[in-house]
Write a protein of this length. Structure first.
Length: 434
């Protein structure tokens, strides 16, 4: 049986507090913001992160680690010297990875470098320029409309120079060397659902798993910048990939949207079946969708050269809620309650992976007499519904090929009920692990 985690309210409050602590940091795919984020994550974990610094210019698969970007300040000031756009007020105001700029220009010259959202006039968009040397500012449409013609002072006090790409890992050894990979991206600046929520849930799960007295599988948590971070990790961990038994990318899990699970490329991996049964047992109609080659780092893990069975857990699919990549994805858009729900779902998937086994019925010729073994009496007063029926299903399907997830699917019973039934039968000497 899995070890219980902390009470959801306590876990939710801790996760939300981590989101609050990380929210002001200006992160990118490289730079001090990522390092600061990893340091704060580490303080919330039970063991130090394995931190890796990969030099700019390092070939990683078909990519190259880019120059490191850092920013100190940025603004647009009017003719009176008043900052009308100020990075210190909101770090989304600067296009992420903007090259340094110091100039005076007219509003007409400045406009091509300004980004706003006409459909949401009070929101600031999040924009990036990782792989093209450019610069720009993001502002609300109301700010943009209020800018009078005239001259403006423009300053982006940034650096783009050889440095490093940073990522962190936590490995929790299990009884078996096969690994469960939990991956979340740490590159976005002040955006809470995408993806401070994923960071918080992954950190809380790591803390829970570290506290368990035994783990069947080895767990590897990867905190890395999106796309280039996962590609860099894969380039440096080719030896680990064959050991990945199952995996999840965790993102956009702090809002009130329904859960969505995105399958692995194969579509029928153990983690796909585990996620489907956990969401199905919730009874909330949470959708399970097929893999498609857009999204986050599941694309890299499932690529043809690796084919690691990594699915994705999210609530509010990326790009499909209006607050996505805008200033509206703020501390009010996520909640401790939703984070606790998300932790419960991810924990549930992990628990299924831990408990899922194939059994061999040791009395396969006809139905064994359960009464004489005390099984009916032992469970007669139980609060678990359908436990006796579950035992019959487990006995019927335990042929050494059918795992507990498949039995739960066929029986249309909760996985937890099937697991308890199998435990009873095993303890009674009617099952052995295949």
């Amino acid at each position: 049986m899995p070890e219980p985690g902390p009470e959801p309210d306590d876990a939710g409050a801790r996760m939300y507090a981590l989101v609050e602590a990380l929210y002001p940091i200006c992160r990118s795919i490289t730079g001090d913001g990522v390092r600061d984020t990893l340091a704060r994550i580490e303080r919330a974990l039970p063991a130090p992160l394995i931190r890796t610094e990969v030099p700019s210019g390092t070939p990683v698969l078909d990519w190259t680690v880019p120059d490191e970007w850092n920013i100190r300040d940025a603004w647009i000031a009017d003719a009176r010297g008043v900052r009308v756009v100020d990075f210190r007020a909101c770090n989304l105001h600067v296009v992420n990875y903007s090259v340094p700029v110091r100039a005076r220009m007219t509003l007409a010259e400045l406009r091509p470098h300004l980004h706003a959202l006409p459909d949401h006039p009070d929101w600031i968009p999040y924009r990036t320029s990782y792989y093209a040397k450019a610069w720009g500012f993001c502002l609300s449409q109301r700010q943009l409309d209020a800018l009078p013609d005239g001259d403006y002072e423009v300053c982006i006090d940034s650096t783009l120079a050889p440095g490093h790409l940073s990522y962190g890992e936590l490995v929790l050894p299990g009884e078996a060397p096969d690994e469960i990979l939990l991956s979340t991206h740490v590159c976005h600046p002040s955006l809470c659902n995408d993806n401070l929520s994923g960071i918080a849930v992954a950190t809380a799960l790591a803390r829970e798993l570290a506290a368990r007295p035994r783990r069947r599988w080895t767990y590897r948590f990867v905190f890395a910048p999106g796309t280039i971070g996962a590609i860099t990790w894969l380039a440096q961990h080719r030896d680990v990939v064959p050991r990945i038994r199952a995996g999840l990318t965790i993102m956009c899990v702090g809002s009130a949207h329904p859960f969505t699970y995105k399958r692995t490329l194969a579509g029928d991996a153990e983690v796909d079946r585990a996620a489907a049964i956990v969401l199905g047992d919730r009874g909330a109609g949470d959708p399970v969708i097929d893999f498609f080659p857009y999204g986050y780092d599941e694309r890299q893990y499932n690529s043809p050269g690796f084919r690691a069975p990594v699915g994705s857990v999210m609530r509010g699919r990326h790009g499909m809620f209006p607050e996505y990549h805008t200033s509206a994805d703020d501390l009010g858009f996520v909640s401790a309650e939703r984070l606790a729900e998300s932790l419960a779902v991810v924990r549930g998937i992990v628990d299924v992976l831990e408990a899922n086994r194939r059994y061999q019925n040791l009395a396969p010729h006809g139905e064994p007499q359960l009464g004489k073994r005390g099984l009916y009496r032992a469970t007669g007063g139980t609060s678990i519904p359908d436990l006796n029926l579950a035992m019959l299903w487990v006995l019927q399907l335990s042929d050494g090929r059918c795992d507990l997830v498949a039995i739960a699917e066929r029986a249309k019973l909760p996985f937890a009920t099937i697991r308890v039934a199998a435990d009873h039968l095993r303890d009674a000497g009617l099952l052995s692990e295949a």
